[in-house]
Design a protein around this ligand. Structure first.
Ligand code: BGC
Length: 376
C-alpha cells in the first residue's frame, strides 16, 4: 500500500533520527508530514463495467456509500461496456492517487492497466467478475456463481415438473457474454441440473446445445455478446422463425433479467405466445425492477436476487482489512479460491436468492431494496 508504506518510512526515519541524534522530538517538517498522512483518507477507485444492466448503478452507489461511511475517499466510474473507456477511467484513478481499486471489468483488455496499478503499489479487488489471465491482484468477491445457474434450472425443473413428466418438454438455451467469466459458471451451474433430463429425453433442446460451456463453439452460438438485450432479442426472433418454428417452447433458460425480458418481448410478438398464459417459463437474474414487474404479472417466471448492498458492503470490509493489513473476515461469505489462469486468488462468496411471484414482496420490498411504489 502506497500510503502505508510511506507512513512506515516516515516513522522509521523518525526513529533513525532519534537513535542517531539522541533527539526526543521529531522535527516540525516531519511531524507535519505524519499529520498530513493521518488526515488524508485512503482513496478507493471504483470501476464498474456498464449501466445497461441496471444492477451496476446500485453497486457503484452502494460501494461509494459504504467506503465513505468507513472514512475512505471514493470515486465511481462506469465504462458503458467499453474496455478502452474503463482503462482510461482506471488510468485517471491512478493519476489521482488511488490506494485501492475495486473493479468489475468489461473484459480481459483491462489487464494492461491492472499491471500499471499493481506497479504503483495499488491493491486490487476483483468485484463480481473475475479478472481473468491476470496475476496482479489477490482478492475476488462475488456471489456463488454456479448456484445462480442452479437456481434458474431448478425453477424450470419444478415449474415443468420434470421429475414426473411423461411427455418431452421443449427448452431453448441462452447464455451471457463470452467476455465475462461469470457467464460460464452460470451456464454450467444450470446444465448440471438440466443435462440429466436432456439425456433421458424429458427435455428436448431447440437450437444449439452445448452440454457445458467447455463446448466453446456451441456456447458462442447461444451467448449474448456484451450482455446486450438487443442481441438476445434478435436471436430469439431468429429462433422463433427457424429452429423453434414448428414446436411450442415450454422454457427458456435466460441468464439475466435483460435477456429474459428480450426473450419474453420476442415471444409476445409471436402468435403462439401472444398472451401471458401462453408464454414459456423464462428465468432471469439480478432482480431488476422491470423484471420484478414481469414476475408480478406472470410474464417472467423467476429471477435470482443478488443483493448489491451486501456485496458492496462486503467488498468495502475486504478493502478495509487489506488497507489495515489484517486477515479479512467477511461476515456472510464463504471463503474459497478461484483460478485466474495465472494464479489462485482468495475468493469470498455471498449467497444468491431465488425470487418468484410468491416471495418477491418479502425479498425485494420488505428488505427495503425497492420501495413498493417502484414496483406497483
Ligand atoms: C453479473 C450479472 C449481470 C451481468 C451483466 C455479470 O457479470 O454477475 O449480475 O447481469 O454481468 O451485467
Amino acid at each position: 500500500m502506497k500510503k502505508m508504506l510511506a507512513l512506515t518510512l516516515v516513522l522509521l526515519l523518525g526513529m533513525t533520527m532519534v537513535f542517531a541524534g539522541g533527539q526526543q522530538e521529531a522535527p516540525a517538517e516531519e511531524e507535519s508530514m505524519v499529520q498530513e498522512m493521518e488526515q488524508e483518507p485512503f482513496f478507493i477507485g471504483l470501476a464498474m463495467p456498464e449501466t445497461h444492466v441496471l444492477r451496476w448503478i446500485t453497486d457503484g452507489a452502494a460501494l461509494k456509500e459504504n467506503a465513505e461511511a468507513m472514512g475512505y475517499k471514493a470515486e465511481v466510474a462506469f465504462a458503458d461496456g467499453d474496455q478502452t473507456k474503463q482503462n482510461q477511467q482506471i488510468s485517471d484513478f491512478i493519476t489521482k492517487g488511488i490506494d485501492l481499486l475495486i473493479v468489475a471489468s468489461v473484459n480481459t483488455g483491462v489487464n494492461a492497466v491492472l499491471s500499471e496499478a499493481a506497479e504503483e503499489g495499488i491493491e486490487i479487488i476483483s468485484y463480481d467478475r473475475l479478472l481473468m489471465d491476470s496475476a496482479d491482484f489477490n482478492y475476488y468477491i462475488t456471489f456463488n456463481l454456479e448456484k445462480v445457474g442452479e437456481l434458474q434450472a431448478t425453477s424450470i425443473e419444478d415449474a415443468l415438473d420434470l421429475k414426473n413428466a411423461t411427455e418431452p418438454k421443449n427448452i431453448t438455451l441462452f447464455a451471457g457474454s463470452p467476455t465475462d467469466n461469470n457467464a460460464y459458471f452460470f451456464y454450467d451451474g444450470a446444465m448440471k441440473v438440466l443435462n440429466p433430463y436432456i439425456e433421458k429425453g424429458t427435455l428436448n433442446v431447440v437450437g444449439p446445445y452445448p452440454m457445458t460451456s467447455a463446448d466453446k463453439e456451441n456456447f458462442n452460438r447461444i451467448a449474448t455478446e456484451g450482455w446486450r438485450a438487443e442481441v438476445a432479442k434478435a436471436r430469439m426472433e431468429n429462433l422463433l422463425s427457424n429452429d423453434a418454428r414448428d414446436v411450442v417452447l415450454d422454457a427458456i433458460l435466460a441468464p439475466n433479467d435483460p435477456v429474459a425480458r428480450a426473450c419474453i418481448e420476442a415471444c409476445l410478438n409471436d402468435a403462439k405466445y401472444d398472451t401471458v398464459d401462453k408464454l414459456p417459463i423464462v428465468t432471469g437474474q439480478d432482480g431488476e425492477i422491470p423484471s420484478i414487474q414481469y414476475i408480478r404479472d406472470g410474464k417472467q417466471h423467476m429471477t435470482v436476487f443478488k443483493d448489491s448492498r451486501l456485496l458492496a458492503k462486503a467488498a468495502i470490509q475486504l478493502a478495509d482489512s487489506i488497507i489495515k493489513g489484517i486477515d479479512p473476515n467477511i461476515p456472510g461469505t464463504v471463503k474459497t479460491m478461484f483460478d485466474t489462469n495465472k494464479k489462485m486468488v482468495d475468493t469470498y462468496l455471498l449467497t444468491p436468492i431465488l425470487v418468484t411471484k410468491d416471495n418477491y414482496k418479502e425479498i425485494v420490498i420488505d428488505s427495503g431494496y425497492y420501495k413498493a411504489e417502484e414496483i406497483e
